[in-house]
Structure formats: C-alpha cells, structure tokens
Design a protein around this ligand. Structure first.
Ligand SMILES: NC(=O)c1ccc[n+]([C@@H]2O[C@H](COP(=O)([O-])OP(=O)(O)OC[C@H]3O[C@@H](n4cnc5c(N)ncnc54)[C@H](OP(=O)(O)O)[C@@H]3O)[C@@H](O)[C@H]2O)c1
Length: 254
C-alpha cells in the first residue's frame, strides 16, 4: 500500500531526512523526479499524507500543531516528532489529547548520509505503525526503540555525540600534523582509523578493551600513550562531559 510522508520544516534535519528518503528504496519514484512534492501549505501536506514528520524548532511547534490539529485523524495519521525535549504527552496536550499515534525520534546529523543513530519511542501507535517508522529510519541509518524517559540521554549520546567524536578527530589530526603529516593526510588517517575502530565493534561481539588489548604490546608505544591519556583524564573527561551535557539538557526548557 502506498504511504505518503509529509515533512514539516525544511531546515537542516527536514532536508536531510528528505534526501535520505529519496536516496533510499522507500521512495521508488524519486529517481524519476516523481514522488516528491514541495509545498508551503502545511494543511495541504497533512491532508494528503499518512505519516507527518515534524522537523521545526521547538518554539515553532505550537504554531504548526495549532494549524494542522483540525486535520489530524486518529485512524489515518501517524505523527513523528524530531523535536528535541518535547514529550509525547506535551504534543498530545496541544492536540487536545486526541489519541493520534505519535513517535518521537532522536536522529543525528549523519542522517544526511544515511548513517544516523536514531532512537525512537512511541505512544498510541500499533505494532505495524511502529514497524513502518523503524523501517523508514532504518533507511537513514540504524534505529533503537527505547523508553521515552531515556530520550534526553539519547540526545546527548547520539546527537551531541557527533560533536564529541568530531573533537577527538580534530585533536588526532592536530597531533598528526605535529608529527609531520599535512592537515589533509592527518585527517584522512584519523577518520579512517576511527571508522575502522567503530566497525571492529559493529561487526563483531567484541568489547573495546579486548580490541585495545590486541594493539597494546607489553612495554610498547600504544600502552604508553594510552596510559598517559588516562593520567590526563581522558575517560573521566569524556564521561563528565557527557554527564554535563545531560544536566544541561535537563535544565533547558523550550
Ligand atoms: N539538526 C539535527 O541534527 C537535529 C537532531 C535531532 C533533533 N533535531 C530537532 O529537529 C528540529 C529541527 O532542527 P533543524 O536543525 O532542522 O532546524 P532548522 O534548520 O531551524 O529548521 C526548521 C525549519 O522549519 C521551518 N519552519 C518554521 N516554522 C514553520 C512552520 N510554521 N511551518 C513549516 N515550517 C516551518 C523553518 O523555516 P524558516 O527558516 O523559514 O523559519 C526551517 O526551515 C529541532 O526541533 C531540533 O531539536 C535536530
């Protein structure tokens, strides 16, 4: 059965999701220029769609929900909110507590290249509806269904996480330049090495420490560097940084 998807909000995330869907198998006609329509009318988009993906800023949400509320039908529509920090109950309340199926999604910017880690939770959605949203986001990377109480933790770990890994890559690149590579070469080496480390874990049941054991020979250079990083507080700084982000996200209101 054909499903129409409306994306409301064509900023960074909305465009990234649209691009990802066009590049995926989910929008079969997109390559022929069919299957994708752009409209400045939210109501029109909602009226012809089954899945509505909200990609506006938190402060813009109320206006959008007020506009589309009269058109939303419990039996027809499935609402997907990507909006950080707004709970399903808060969205439902703005929809006069209609039992519209709602899925909350926390993706990250790698969604633009189909490599997002997207955490999902839901309310009032049936199994088939949840499966359809998992399928949709699986075309844009990987997904994990979680409890709603963990959505802020997911935001810090996966969405902010992009920035944390970028900072590691930048630092490794800077070290590489000091050791004699030019900036491009150093970044190439750092990025491919990080990708390899991630894939080693992703493609096996391995644990980071057992992969570390494989490259730390007794009295060798790797263990010397690694221990120095730990003396300087590497693991502790990372954990504290993530926890600080989490404290901050809990203190932010719309
Ligand atoms: N970027 C990420 O990686 C990421 C990750 C996870 C979650 N999120 C969440 O995703 C949401 C969108 O983030 P973003 O970075 O894509 O923001 P953004 O670039 O500011 O995009 C928001 C878009 O919504 C449009 N918009 C505003 N009011 C609208 C309305 N009434 N009807 C239709 N469209 C409207 C804006 O248009 P104008 O510019 O004309 O106002 C803009 O194009 C946020 O709530 C954010 O918390 C983002």
């Amino acid at each position: 059965m054909k499903t129409n998807i409306a994306i409301i909000g064509s900023g960074n995330l909305g465009i990234a999701i649209a691009k990802g869907l066009v590049n995926s198998q989910l929008v079969p006609d997109a390559a022929q220029g069919l299957g994708v329509r752009i409209s400045i009318h939210n109501k029109e988009a909602v009226a012809i769609s089954d899945i509505i993906i909200l990609c506006v800023q938190p402060k813009q949400l109320e206006e959008v929900l007020t506009e589309i509320k009269p058109l939303l039908q419990e039996e027809k529509h499935l609402l997907v909110s990507t909006i950080t920090g707004i709970s399903i109950d808060e969205i439902s309340a703005q929809l006069d507590n209609k039992k519209i199926p709602i899925v909350r999604a926390v993706p990250n910017t790698a969604i633009a290249i189909g490599t997002s880690m997207t955490c999902l939770c839901h309310k009032h959605a049936n199994e088939a509806q949840v499966a359809s949203i998992v399928r949709l986001f699986n075309c844009l990377g990987e997904t994990l269904l979680i409890e709603e109480r963990l959505m802020k933790a997911a935001t810090v770990l996966a969405a902010s996480g992009i920035a944390f890994f970028m900072r590691y890559l930048r630092a490794a690149t800077q070290a590489g330049i000091q050791l004699g590579f030019d900036a491009k070469e150093a970044q190439h080496i750092a990025v491919q090495t990080a990708k390899g480390a991630a894939l080693l874990l992703q493609t096996s049941d391995s644990h980071p420490e057992s992969e570390i054991d494989k490259v730390t020979t007794p009295e060798g250079c790797t263990i010397a560097g690694l221990n120095e990083m730990e003396h300087q507080g590497l693991s502790s700084a990372l954990i504290k940084g993530i926890l600080t982000s989490f404290e901050k996200i809990n203190s932010i209101r719309k």
